[in-house]
Design a protein around this ligand. Structure first.
Ligand SMILES: NC(=O)c1ccc[n+]([C@@H]2O[C@H](COP(=O)([O-])OP(=O)(O)OC[C@H]3O[C@@H](n4cnc5c(N)ncnc54)[C@H](OP(=O)(O)O)[C@@H]3O)[C@@H](O)[C@H]2O)c1
Ligand SMILES: [Zn+2]
Ligand SMILES: [Zn+2]
Length: 351
């Protein structure tokens, strides 16, 4: 099918820095919306994918799945959006739409879900490319509406960091007086604190970093526990209904399981892979405690979250960067030196 060449930033191998490249965007089909990208958030998954940490990357890759922009063109059959609308795209751009998960608004668990990058664009018969680019073309069913009262750049991280923590908070029925803990204060962690706080929960942050205590409290945590301090860890044994663990690398989950209350659940969203050390089953059996996982969120749930953020005036705490600084940003992210999400101003690519 017809396509057009646009500028993007990506990499052709795991070892190379990201640099400017050209990619093809399909012409709009009857159900498509073309979006001029204003801002794109930088997720730790972008770094994992660019560097093939998960062993599944096909190159070249153009990362980016926290996209905000305006509609510049619509297909003949588009009914939800018009030219000029402020819209967003998250981690998903398509799914089969007929399986049980799709019917239940759980497109993220569809066996044929199409990622915003690293997926398969059936129209172009080529890989999908993400938001580190001038434009993107997406089926209107996978496009989201952005509340007008919120800062455009600040809302971008809601599309991944926000929904990835919101979905388990809702699934495990967090509400007023729930006791929630968040492990790791980065992009996902800071959104988890804000969202759990807005839902009325009592929120605890587990962090390795004593220099983040003040920020954790300012973001909405009621207390911060330094995870390397045994006395502090002992003070919260048997305490939490839900723990959201956002740490990106293999780490010991066992010390956290004992801090769950009876029937509590530790939800891993950060690390993808075999655990090291292994789980000790004793605290799970002795307290009917669970360890679970969760992947992003569905389209309807993401729209619900955007609307919730509009109502409660919630955005991400961000540092705006130029696309030319993306490689430096990745290095800073590896050192946990982000307060608390980088967002790329895509004007820097168009200049
Ligand atoms: N499940 C999903 O659907 C989904 C969606 C999006 C992202 N993810 C994944 O979630 C993870 C977090 O993403 P992010 O963008 O929030 O990353 P991030 O901004 O880099 O934050 C991660 C935080 O984890 C802590 N941390 C980092 N390395 C650690 C280590 N080796 N041991 C213990 N703690 C460590 C740090 O917090 P402290 O300094 O406070 O300890 C850090 O700020 C990534 O692996 C990403 O791929 C999953
Ligand atoms: Zn992400
Ligand atoms: Zn499906």
């Amino acid at each position: 099918m017809e396509s057009k060449v646009v500028k993007a930033y990506g990499t052709a191998s795991a070892e190379a820095d990201l640099k400017q490249m050209n990619i093809n965007r399909r012409s709009v089909t009857p159900k498509d919306v073309e979006i001029d990208i204003h801002y794109c958030g930088v997720c730790h998954s972008d770094l994992h994918f660019a560097r093939n940490d998960w062993g599944m990357t096909q190159y070249p890759v153009v990362p980016g799945h926290e996209i905000v922009g305006t509609v510049t063109k619509i297909g003949s059959g588009v009914s939800k959006y018009k030219v000029g609308d402020l819209v967003a795209v998250g981690c998903l751009v398509d799914s089969c739409r007929t399986c049980d998960n799709c019917k239940d608004d759980l497109e993220q668990y569809c066996p044929q879900w199409v990622g915003t990058y690293g997926g398969y664009d059936k129209h172009l018969d080529s890989p999908t490319h993400g938001g580190y680019s001038e434009t993107i073309v997406v089926d209107e069913e996978f496009v989201l509406r952005v509340p007008k009262n919120l800062d455009q750049a600040g809302i971008a991280p809601v599309l991944c960091a926000g929904i990835t923590t919101w979905s388990p908070l809702k699934h495990w029925k967090v509400g007023k007086n729930s006791k929630v803990a968040v492990v790791g204060l980065g992009g996902l962690g800071h959104m988890a604190i804000k969202l759990a706080d807005a839902l009325g929960a009592h929120v605890t942050l587990f962090s390795r970093s004593p220099n983040k205590v003040k920020d954790g409290l300012a973001l909405g945590a009621d207390q911060v526990i330094i995870s390397t301090d045994e006395e502090q860890m002992a003070s919260v044994m048997g305490h939490f209904d839900v723990i959201i663990d956002t740490v990106p690398y293999a780490h010991d989950l066992n010390p956290y399981i004992g801090t769950l209350a009876t029937n509590g659940t530790l939800v891993v969203v950060g690390y993808l892979g075999p655990l090291d050390p292994m789980l000790v089953t004793v605290p799970m059996i002795m307290g009917r405690r669970s360890v679970a996982g969760s992947l992003i969120g569905g389209i309807a749930e993401t729209q619900e979250l955007l609307d919730f953020c509009g109502k409660h005036n919630i955005t991400s705490d961000i540092e705006i960067i130029k696309i030319q600084d993306i490689n430096k940003a990745y290095e800073r992210m590896l050192k946990s030196d982000v307060q608390y999400r980088f967002v790329i101003d895509m004007k820097s690519l168009k200049a």
